[in-house]
Design a protein around this ligand. Structure first.
Ligand SMILES: [Zn+2]
Length: 174
């Protein structure tokens, strides 16, 4: 009986910690999908979400049936920025995804991995946070120009992207 009550107190303390600001940061770092991911039709900056995270039916050969990112209707040449605290430098990898992603920019920042797919341009190497690291495009498999934003947790697993990071990638500001 006494042991049980100590465990409940401990549990309560842990639960309360996750409600504090450092607790929330830690929780986001481990499971970035705790905060909600945008829905179809949501506006982020000047752009609209055309395909959210989740199951979908496309009819395009080779396209996955579970969408592991968020698509926005950016025209070709839309500047895309590096997410990160000002003063930080981001190491951008530019590569071609043979499975349909086209030209891709990948980098790590804030303990999260980000991928920008279907690019028309990618600037590799060390780039200051908040600077333009890529231009959106229509490379790879897709129905037209769009920006596919992808987010991975510390284990490299794709997770539902958070609206605040998508907005950050489109504006260069938190
Ligand atoms: Zn997509």
């Amino acid at each position: 009986m006494r042991k049980f009550s100590i465990f409940s107190k401990l549990f309560l303390l842990v639960a309360l910690f996750f409600l504090t600001t450092p607790g929330r940061r830690l929780r986001e770092l481990v499971t970035p999908h705790f905060t909600k991911t945008p829905k179809k039709g949501d506006k982020i900056g000047k752009y609209t979400v055309t395909s959210p995270w989740g199951p979908r039916n496309l009819g395009i050969a080779g396209a996955s049936t579970f969408h592991q990112g968020v698509d926005l209707n950016t025209p070709v040449g839309t500047p895309l920025y590096a997410i990160g605290k000002s003063g930080a430098f981001i190491d951008v990898q530019c590569w071609t995804d043979q499975k349909g992603g086209g030209l891709v920019a990948s980098y790590k920042s804030l303990g999260i991995s980000f991928d920008y797919l279907h690019l028309s341009k990618c600037y590799p190497g060390k780039q200051p946070a908040g600077s333009v690291i890529a231009l959106s495009g229509a490379s790879g498999v897709g129905s037209g120009p769009h920006f596919h934003f992808q987010q991975r947790n510390v284990l490299g697993k794709k997770v539902p992207p958070q609206a605040k990071y998508i907005e950050w990638s489109l504006t260069g500001r938190e």
